[in-house]
Design a protein. Structure first.
Length: 197
């Protein structure tokens, strides 16, 4: 988006209904974080029939967006975003449990939301970085039809690197399904079109 387009987009967020989203973040930040399809460019390329997980992203519902003082260091703040999602057939393996790849995808997508909330609330600018490392620990299965509660918290947010953590809880059976950490970095600049001598 061009700077003008980005400014227009942000001003349009002020009119969004975010009454269903709890937390202390501003309405603009709540609306930005909750608009996952725009944030992740779902249907951005009409020539493609679908891109990876295009059908899952719109089903992720943001239920809380907060920027809180860190319990361990009150001079610092952290972004917290909670999402909900039902396990559907396009998310499961042959055993009708959520596929490990889908779990890692959710850690990637949802942890980024906590970094975006923190960045937008504290600097007025969205967070755009690329994944460097995603570590995922699988604790228990989540079956077809189970309700998930995805709790995401920023850890660090710097100019060149950022990190966040995610816990995916099975709200139906009250157990931890997945925990993960996500380290992000600034993207490398585009290669020069000039040939190297």
């Amino acid at each position: 988006m061009a700077e003008t387009g980005l400014q227009l987009y942000f001003s349009s967020l002020d009119e969004a209904d975010v009454s269903h989203i709890s937390g202390n973040a501003s309405n603009r930040v709540k609306a930005f974080v909750a608009d996952l399809s725009t944030f992740y460019g779902v249907n951005m390329y009409p020539e493609l029939k679908a891109t990876f997980c295009d059908y899952i992203i719109p089903r992720i519902k943001v239920t809380e967006v907060s920027v809180l003082k860190k319990a361990e260091e009150p001079m610092k703040v952290e972004g917290r975003v909670v999402c909900s999602l039902t396990v559907e057939d396009d998310m499961v393996n042959a055993g009708k449990n959520m596929h490990g790849g889908c779990s890692a995808f959710l850690v990637d997508i949802c942890s980024t939301l906590s970094l975006s909330a923190l960045s937008l609330e504290t600097t007025g600018k969205p967070h755009y970085m690329v994944s460097q490392t995603i570590n995922t620990i699988y604790h228990s299965p989540a079956g077809l039809g189970d309700e998930l509660r995805i709790v995401n918290t920023s850890l660090t947010l710097g100019g060149r690197a950022a990190s966040a953590k995610t816990e995916i809880w099975n709200a139906t059976h009250h157990r931890l399904v997945v925990s993960g950490t996500h380290i992000k970095m600034q993207a490398s600049p585009a290669p020069s079109s000039r040939p190297k001598l």
